[in-house]
Write a protein that binds this ligand. Structure first.
Ligand SMILES: C[S@@+](CC[C@H](N)C(=O)[O-])C[C@H]1O[C@@H](n2cnc3c(N)ncnc32)[C@H](O)[C@@H]1O
Length: 447
């Protein structure tokens, strides 16, 4: 549980802000990642210690070192420096941020508005003194919201909740909403974005729930261990101080440009361009819905304001889950492995925990085909696509995701360079097992 911390007053931070004037040598990827010792490229453990990545621990992120390795390999293969990268599934912004450190211009796409803001808050440049002044303004102007703090949110969101269960007590909810309103009243949208992200990112810590696996559960003994409004302010201060440190320490990344496309990568992935390398990890077809996982942040930050907005967002995500009713129609897909898997899934359809799973699996590969077809047009000849993907299993039917994607990619103008095991993950509870599922790193070359 968080401890009560005296809120940092602007004067305390002001003293440090002038340090912005001290010129720094260009920040390198190695400096950024110093202190972190991953045992393998696949592991994200240790990233909570890394600047920017600690703003919100994103356990589905891949290791930043992967980007360095992919650039080196692609640069060797092309015989020149990498100029531009693309990531159609931005998440916490690992590809884009590492690209900036490596002097490569990043383009990234993210559908979840909280995550898109998290990415942009990391990639943007700031004037630290002005940032501190606006932070002070938020602290001076906020007032706790007394009632109906998060209109439109599920009825378990704020005390009294439903059946005596609620995610936030009234004091914490009122403070979060009050701070958010003061943030949204700021004139500078870049500052407001950063503060909104930082506030949203501490929300789970002052809530009665923990987010694990695919969903939320109440903390043990939550009724007796309530957070307070003062703790909200303390954690927000901590988050701000940490962010200011990272922003100032790494303000001279080799590239400060970026392009962030907010929305559905099935529609937004460019089909033309001059990208040298695509590095990404899409959601896996394992019924994990990122809208659920980041739901608390989405509501606290005001990114969602009605049940409908929640549904619209879910429908814009890749068809990797069955929690929402939508069409699973898909175009013709040329993959013998997918044909075999589809037949096997058809045989077990009646026993599946959701009867739409066979259709969802096909639709997933239809969506991935759309993304890969666009990338085939957007990558320079000889350019590479690196994809971290994971298998799934439903009622004993294994979905060899990497094999199927490679078969599809070979019809789209890609050649396989490598298909390596990346890490293994536990089967989800829905898949009923403790056995491990494979994750792979696929490397493709644009012919
Ligand atoms: C596995 S995570 C990416 C993690 C990322 N590689 C990192 O290191 O942080 C997949 C991301 O894809 C996003 N996503 C899902 N469907 C999408 C869509 N249709 N368009 C764009 N992004 C989408 C999710 O919100 C999630 O952030």
């Amino acid at each position: 549980m968080p401890t009560a911390i005296k809120p940092l007053r602007p004067r305390d931070i002001q003293a440090n802000a002038s340090a912005t004037d001290i010129p720094l040598p260009p920040a390198t990827l190695a400096q950024w990642l110093s202190g972190r010792e991953p045992s393998h490229l696949s592991t994200n453990s240790g990233t909570p210690l890394v600047a920017f990545q600690a703003w919100r621990n994103f356990k589905e992120a891949f290791a930043p070192e992967l980007i360095g390795q992919a650039f080196e390999e692609t640069s060797l293969a092309l015989g020149r420096k990498i100029e531009r990268s693309i990531d159609p599934f931005g998440g916490s912004g690992t590809t884009a941020l590492a690209s900036q450190f490596l002097g490569v211009q990043p383009t990234t796409i993210e559908v979840n508005p909280y995550l898109a803001d998290l990415i942009e808050a990391k990639l943007a440049s700031y004037e630290v003194e002005a940032l501190v002044e606006d932070y002070a303004r938020v602290l001076e102007t906020f007032t706790d919201v007394a009632a109906d703090c998060f209109p439109g949110a599920p009825n378990t969101f704020v005390e009294p909740g439903r059946s005596d269960r609620y995610i936030f007590n009234a004091g914490v909810a009122g403070r979060l909403a009050g701070l958010r309103n003061a943030i949204l009243a700021l004139e500078n949208p870049t500052h407001a974005r950063l503060f909104r992200v930082l506030l949203s990112s501490i929300a789970v810590d002052v809530s009665n729930v923990v987010v694990s696996g695919k969903g939320r559960r109440y903390r043990r003994g939550w009724e007796a261990r309530q957070s307070t409004a003062a703790q909200v302010l303390g954690l927000f201060d901590d988050a701000f101080v940490r962010a200011i440190y990272d922003i100032r320490r790494y303000r001279n990344r080799a590239c400060l440009d970026y392009t962030l496309l907010r929305g559905d990568s099935r529609l937004l992935t460019p089909s033309q361009g001059e990208f040298d390398v695509a590095i990404f990890s899409p959601p896996y077809p394992n019924s994990f819905d990122y809208t659920d996982v980041y739901n608390v942040e989405l509501w606290v930050g005001g990114y969602l304001n009605s049940k409908t907005s929640n549904e619209i967002l879910r429908k814009q995500t890749l068809r990797s889950h069955v929690q929402i009713h939508r069409s699973f129609e898909t175009e013709q897909l040329v993959s013998k492995t997918l044909d075999r898997v589809s037949t096997e899934l058809e045989h077990v359809r009646a026993s599946l925990w959701n009867r739409s799973i066979p259709d969802m699996v096909k639709a997933y590969f239809g969506d991935m085909q759309t993304i890969m077809a666009n990338l085939a047009g957007a990558l320079t000849p000889g350019g590479r696509a690196y994809m971290v993907v994971g298998d799934s299993r439903y009622h004993g039917v294994q979905i060899p995701v990497a094999d199927i994607l490679i078969e599809l990619a070979e019809h789209l103008g890609f050649e396989k360079v490598a298909d390596e095991p990346f890490r293994s993950m536990r089967a989800s509870p829905q898949q009923g097992g403790r056995e491990e599922l494979i994750e792979s790193l696929i490397t493709l070359r644009r012919a």
